[in-house]
Design a protein around this ligand. Structure first.
Ligand code: ADP
Ligand code: MG
Length: 614
């Protein structure tokens, strides 16, 4: 070729190419993403020129991207019918550095930092990533501008490139990569198909691989939600969620400030973590203008929202993106903040819109919300509003929010009361519940052992302290008839302490019991029976926890207690047995009796006594 021109790469480009060529970069496959993105950009620009009325060469040819592989020749070719490049543009665009991604990449390399080749994937060094896999790249291009003709650009990466006239080409650009020996697998159709599906499924122009259309699902997140049909959402969810059932919730939103975000998020119909499948990973993928930047993007949402599936697309990404900003700081954090806030608001809206739908969600995902309360201080308050519990005032199965509970509180009631129990029947029969029933204070029934941690971390709601029933400092409204006198009760308490010795902490006269003769209360103010059980279960050696002692409260109005008082002088040994039995009964009620066998012996002896009484 006589008219061949030889050009040198700009120094920075050469520097970049050296890194790209010599790196052992693992994600070499991203070159496919980069070249297809360029092809899509070219198609987009063509469309823009067409719609602004400019004359376009081969105007009737629709924008399309064609990929062909030839495993015998070891080549992969990417062709687009986009706007193409003139001679000047080939020199400018492929020989000098003008565009942002590469600039940012080079900035990272500035100073004496060691080049981190892992950055390539995130920067997308664009066109030059072709040289990771190709020993030679040939670009044939013809601009859309009438009167232009075709040019061929070739380079082996080192030094420079050659430009020759290529005469009468169709409009657009064709890039052929002659693959290096260790990259020949990129000439395999199945490999390339997989890569295109992964990164470029949502590119808004048809992509054909060896004649077969690949991308059929639209990036509907980028469209106006009022124009999207329900079936389109369903199809999209099936595609990205690999799930043929309908999601429980869908949130489609866009924001302009502080970041340009388009997001389409789904709550899957089932919580796979409770299905015993181990910890799940967030399946929200991060896109920039419909091209995948990071699958299952870490840090996009807090951990406790890991059940979400969907896409987040931000145009602001390529300008700022670098591994550093991705990992620790501002951009990801900003995205996280906006997305989390928006999703929490969405859940609150849903709970107002339909309690039924929200409760369905809640029954699947409450553990995640609770995890959030415990681990994520920033969102604790918002999460508190999303909690739901059964309550002593509502029918079984009905749930209340803390906000509604607070609305029902009388002026007399200062705190929000919660009772931990395995189920409703146990809650209502609990000695700790008696004083609340008698005083008509509403109590939330908490059936999930985690709830204790939740309440401990949340501490208050709407300015009111969340108080566990067994820790509540409440007295019955009036003293019951037939109760022991204060002196007699105090005396009995003293005797009990002497009799029971180390088995209990303090013995007190209770002001909160109605139906139960006695109750045990953890001596440790910060500890409850539930917490003890949880902690014991976590200790593998089964050893006792320190300070496992329980205070013992007796009900002076209960016949068992008043008769016990009498029995002390009549039959001291029997009184001791009964006292021990009352303590064990109270432990049973608290779920703290570990070995009931000793108690059974005693109980049998007591029964024997009762039955031999004439
Ligand atoms: P970026 O896409 O970030 O601008 P690239 O390195 O990927 O950077 O591409 C450099 C430039 O080369 C593009 O900005 C574009 O002007 C031009 N270019 C690359 N591929 C094509 C193509 N298929 N059609 C038209 N122009 C292209
Ligand atoms: Mg590009």
């Amino acid at each position: 070729m006589s008219k061949a021109e030889t050009h040198h790469f700009q120094a920075e480009i050469q520097q970049l190419l050296d890194i790209v060529i010599h790196s052992l970069y693992t994600d070499k496959e991203i070159f496919v993403r980069e070249l297809i993105s360029n092809a899509a950009d070219a198609c987009e620009k063509l469309r823009f020129n067409q719609s602004s009325g400019k004359p376009v060469f081969q105007s009737e040819v629709a924008p399309v991207i064609q990929v062909t592989t030839d495993d015998k020749a070891g080549t992969i070719t990417i062709t687009d019918t986009g706007l193409g490049m003139t001679h000047g543009e080939l020199v400018e665009n492929l020989g000098t550095i003008a565009h942002s991604g590469t600039k940012a990449f080079l900035k990272q390399l500035a100073g004496d930092k060691k080049p981190d080749v892992g950055l390539i994937g995130q920067f997308g060094v664009g066109f030059y990533s072709a040289f990771m896999v190709a020993k030679k790249v040939t670009v044939l291009s013809r601009s859309f501008l009438p009167g232009e003709s075709g040019w061929q650009w070739t380079s082996e990466g080192m030094g420079g490139y050659e430009l020759v006239p290529a005469g009468d080409l169709p409009r657009g650009t064709r890039i052929t990569l002659e693959l290096k020996d260790d990259a020949k697998h990129f000439a395999a159709e199945s490999t390339v198909e997989h890569i295109i599906q992964r990164y470029s499924s949502f590119v808004p122009f048809p992509i054909e691989l060896n004649g077969k259309r690949l991308n059929t699902v639209q990036a509907i997140w980028a469209r106006n939600k009022h124009e999207i049909k329900e079936e389109e959402y369903e199809e999209f969810y099936t595609f990205i969620g690999h799930d043929h059932d309908k999601p429980l919730f869908r949130l489609h939103f866009s924001a302009d400030a502080p970041l340009a975000i388009q997001a389409l998020l789904f709550v899957p119909p089932r919580n796979f973590e409770t299905l015993g499948m181990g910890r799940i990973d967030s399946e929200v993928n991060l896109y920039c203008r419909k091209v995948l930047i990071q699958a299952k993007a870490k840090g996009l949402f807090p951990d406790w929202l890991r059940f979400l599936k969907g896409v987040v697309d931000s145009e602001d990404l390529p300008l700022n993106i670098s591994r550093e900003t991705m990992q620790d700081t501002s951009l990801m954090q900003k995205l996280n903040k906006v997305l989390t806030g928006r999703f929490l608001k969405f859940l609150e809206e849903q709970s107002e819109k339909s309690a039924e739908a929200y409760e369905k969600f809640y029954s699947e995902y409450q553990r995640f919300l609770k995890e959030g309360v415990v681990t994520d201080f920033t969102h604790q308050e918002a999460l508190g509003k999303l909690l739901r519990y059964e309550s002593s005032l509502l029918d079984p199965g009905k749930l209340t929010s803390l906000a509604d509970y607070v609305k029902r509180m009388s002026s007399e009631q200062k705190e929000i009361y919660c009772l931990l129990a395995p189920n409703r029947a146990a809650a209502e029969a609990s000695p700790y519940y008696e004083v609340f029933r008698e005083r008509k204070f509403e109590v939330l029934f908490l059936y999930d052992p985690w709830d204790e941690f939740v309440m401990e971390h949340l501490r208050t709601f709407d300015g009111k302290t969340l108080r566990l029933a067994e820790k509540a400092d409440l007295d019955l409204s009036a003293k019951k008839e037939g109760a022991l006198s204060d002196d007699a009760a105090r005396d009995l308490a003293k005797w009990l302490k002497e009799t029971l010795g180390d088995k209990v902490g303090e013995v007190r006269v209770s002001r909160r019991l109605v139906d139960s003769p006695a109750v045990v209360v953890d001596a440790d103010k910060a500890m409850t029976a539930n917490m003890r059980r949880l902690m014991k279960a976590m200790k593998q050696d089964g050893s006792e926890l320190p300070g496992a002692k329980q205070d013992f409260e007796i009900n002076p109005a209960h016949p068992v207690i008043s008769r016990l008082d009498r029995m002390r002088s009549q039959d001291a040994p029997l009184a001791v047995s009964v006292a021990e039995q009352i303590l064990d009964n109270a432990r049973v009620a608290a779920g703290l009796l570990e070995d009931p066998r000793a108690m059974l012996n005693r109980l049998n002896q007591l029964l024997e006594k009762v039955l031999t009484k004439d």
